[in-house]
Design a protein around this ligand. Structure first.
Ligand code: 3PG
Length: 320
């Protein structure tokens, strides 16, 4: 996997469990719990003596899983982690020597930063993906928003104080590549072998990350006259008519189509935080993208698309 593919996968999964494991025996069942929860990814931190062996076991059992090492505080530890099978190196702070070692060995490295000067250190070494740590204590999403001005090319893996309750705020930030944290894999859950609970927490986080909310309902009508007639009826309920080329919006909630468009009855538009990530998520659930409906912005990011599968006679429309 190239560095670019690795970072794209991070973005698509969107979540990086930060693991502190005391007993390497528990590493493989933990990895299975994460995979079952839809998060085939983990940062196993060198905060315990079991980290190295845990990385070895997980990478052997699940070679496809994105397993990296965290809390890598020097090049020696990076070397040890990579020898054990770590596919990427993460650190809480910025250590030039560790970064240099990783770059010279072509190992993806994500050092921690929380100030503009540290970001510039990263940029000067060619890094555009950095870990924002400790995220909450350093200003959280407000800080990320400020970083996006001068450092628009930088994407962040954010960790530190993030959990199910504030995850959405980070998911909405345009410069967040992925959100990391220990809340899904608390040490006591691992020690007590609460694998089902870990899987549940992963699933809960994954769905929350997408931020699906109903944006509008699209109703298919055969022609413009029928659409105008329906619009007049909705207007009787006090809805405001906004006439467009191919449809009429009633407030923002109902779109009356001027001809039969996708979906037997029409479409349901869902807003989500990131369409590429939502597509990756929905693929697991059996949905596929109708490629002809994909629209992108100047940066190549998808802004709208439809899925091929209908629900209850309605096409599913994803919007940002
Ligand atoms: C890390 O190293 O990324 C943090 O320890 C994770 O932070 P959290 O425990 O607050 O999630």
């Amino acid at each position: 996997m190239t560095k670019e593919e690795l970072f794209t996968t991070f973005h698509n999964i969107g979540l990086v469990p930060v693991v502190k494991i005391d007993d390497a025996e528990k590493a493989v069942p933990l990895a299975k719990a994460l995979i079952d929860g839809g998060i085939p990814c983990a940062e196993i931190t060198f905060r315990t003596d079991a980290a190295e062996e845990a990385i070895k076991r997980v990478t052997k059992a699940y070679p496809e899983m994105l397993v990296g090492a965290g809390t890598v505080i020097n090049p020696k530890l990076a070397e040890k982690a990579v020898a054990a099978g770590a596919k990427f190196i993460v650190s809480a702070g910025f250590n030039r020597e560790t970064v240099e070692w990783c770059l010279s060995h072509n190992i993806p490295v994500v050092p921690g930063v929380c100030t503009p000067s540290e970001i510039e250190m990263g940029l000067s070494m060619g890094l555009t993906t950095l870990k924002f740590f400790p995220a909450e204590a350093s200003g959280g999403v407000a800080m990320l928003k400020d970083f996006s001005g001068p450092f628009s090319q930088v994407k962040f893996m954010t960790t530190g104080g993030i959990n199910i309750n504030n995850l959405q705020d980070y998911a909405k930030a345009s410069n967040v590549l992925a959100i990391g944290g220990s809340w899904m894999v608390k040490a006591d859950l691992i020690n007590d072998e609460k694998w089902d609970e870990i899987t549940r927490l992963c699933k809960e986080a994954r769905i929350k990350l997408q931020g699906f909310t109903l944006a509008h309902v699209g109703i298919n009508l055969p022609d413009a006259d029928a659409a105008a007639g329906a619009a007049d009826e909705f207007a009787k309920l006090g809805m405001e008519i906004k006439n467009g080329n191919s449809s009429i919006f009633m407030n923002k909630e109902i779109e009356v189509m001027k001809k039969n468009y996708l979906g037997k009855n029409g479409h349901l538009a869902f807003r989500c935080n990131d369409i590429e990530r939502a597509i990756y998520f929905l693929k697991d659930k059996g949905f596929t993208v109708n490629e002809e409906t994909v629209k992108k912005d100047a940066k190549g990011k998808i802004t709208v698309c439809y899925l091929n599968e209908e629900i209850g006679g309605f096409a599913i429309h994803l919007v940002k």
